[in-house]
Design a protein around this ligand. Structure first.
Ligand code: HAM
Length: 423
């Protein structure tokens, strides 16, 4: 038997899990400020949801999905991303009928892509994402982008680059598509097989090709920004204006096409510019997907969102060497010396826990010094020491680990006195 973790996955051990929890907490705080509500969808969906949602010609659908048949012969796929699943749920649960529009949702959970693992790229990774469905107001585009930027700022990141683009509406994209076909067609045989297939099906995908990215025709390809009709242009200008109003810096990159097919109008990515951050610098990606709800059988409903992975966020924190202000692991560490004190401490510990404090003790008969070390490692706020003498006197020693201040507490009024001292 091979006792080894699958390639491209990782265990989050307790020390690291503390960091994850802290980050997730920050994210939930920020999403609450922006009034987004959590949605939880299944880890797997019918394969069709992603094939149609993310798009048949994308790398995700063609090469990266963990697809399987269950025992009932159903074609299922471990979700490679969250948007298609959220839109499926939006339609199925008729959220378009909710009187509060737009419907503003967020999710946190594992996603699965069969990619070549490298630093910052996993086969199982955790995405945090938000989706706002039901508004075609450029202010919500700016809100969604602002929310993403806020999350990074709240965790302490500074070296960020926001890149935005517009893929325009249907008409703009149709005109751009024609221009792309005319541009690439005469020399398409110099491109990879995938790009040759993409030419008719979805020429925009060629711009995102990892194999042919250095081909000279890539540099001279027609820019979408030259094909935006007036409506798309005005919309994009509004989004940019709102970002400026919010004090958010950005650069416009007409080559930002994103790797998923459902995008139109605004697209964006946030990159880390920290020195020493790996080759993959994208921390977060998102954009508009007007039309996806209709694709899934719902009424015409615009949508916009983004997703970021916690793995890359942590990598950025490490690259920027951000010192995290993690909470104390426990409030109290109780050291009981001698059998009588140990017996007594069972109830004391319970009293602390039932009064809202986190508390722990030694269970392996270690010496006082070793127990004090444990308290230190756990960054306990207070240490309580109970020996035979204290027990006879009806007291317990309490030491504030930050100030080293020591106090005697009466066992009779243990919780009352603790509450007064600690709160
Ligand atoms: P995406 O660009 O495919 O977009 O992924 C979003 C983010 O997920 C990336 O920027 C990156 O942080 C993270 N990510 C992707 N693949 C991996 C990987 N293999 N390992 C670690 N992190 C990864 C989407 O998934 C869209 N659903 C985003 C969206 C939401 N658009 C609109 N709403």
């Amino acid at each position: 038997m091979k006792v080894q973790i699958p390639r491209g996955t990782q265990d989050i051990l307790p020390e690291q899990a503390k960091v994850w929890q802290w980050i997730e907490e920050k994210m939930r705080e920020v999403t609450k400020q922006y009034h987004y509500k959590e949605i939880r969808t299944p880890i797997f969906e019918h394969t069709d949801i992603f094939a149609r949602g993310v798009g048949d010609t994308t790398d995700i659908v063609q090469k990266e999905m963990y697809s399987f048949q269950d025992r009932g012969g159903r074609d299922l796929t471990l979700r490679p991303e969250g948007t298609a699943a959220v839109v499926r749920s939006f339609v199925e649960n008729k959220m378009y009928g909710d009187p509060n529009q737009p419907v503003k949702l967020y999710y946190v959970g594992p996603m699965f892509r069969y990619e070549r693992p490298q630093s910052g790229r996993y086969r199982q990774f955790v995405q945090f994402g938000v989706e706002a469905l039901g508004s075609q107001d450029p202010a919500i585009d700016a809100e969604v982008i602002g929310l993403a930027m806020d999350i990074y700022k709240q965790v302490g990141l500074k070296n960020l680059n926001l890149v935005i683009n517009s893929l325009g509406d249907k008409e703009s994209r149709a005109n751009h598509r024609e221009a792309l076909i005319q541009h690439f067609q005469p020399r398409i045989d110099e491109f990879c097989k995938d790009c040759q297939n993409r030419l008719e099906k979805n020429p925009l995908r060629i711009l995102d090709c990892k194999v042919d990215r250095d081909h000279e025709l890539m540099k001279t390809a027609p820019s979408i920004l030259d094909y935006l009709n007036d409506e798309s242009k005005v919309y994009f200008e509004k989004v940019c204006q709102y970002l400026t109003d919010l004090g958010i810096e950005y650069t416009i990159d007409p080559k930002l096409v994103r790797g998923l097919d459902y995008y139109n109008a605004t697209t964006f990515e946030i990159m880390s510019s920290a020195a020493g951050f790996g080759a993959i610098t994208t921390l977060c990606g998102g954009g508009r997907y007007n039309g996806l709800v209709e694709e899934f059988g719902g009424p015409e409903t615009p949508g916009i969102g983004f997703a970021l992975s916690i793995e890359r966020l942590i990598a950025a924190l490490e690259a920027e060497n951000v010192q995290l202000n993690l909470p104390h692991e426990i409030d109290f560490y109780l050291i009981a010396l001698g059998d009588r004190a140990k017996d007594y401490s069972v109830k004391l510990l319970n009293d602390l826990r039932h009064n809202g404090f986190s508390a722990d003790r030694d269970y392996t008969n270690r010496k006082m010094k070793a127990q004090l070390k444990s308290a230190d490692r756990l960054s306990a706020k207070y240490v309580l020491i109970l020996g035979e003498d204290e027990l006879d006197q009806g007291i317990i020693q309490m030491k504030n680990m930050q100030t080293s201040e020591q106090k005697e507490i009466h066992l009779q009024s243990f919780i009352e006195e603790i509450k007064q001292l600690v709160i």
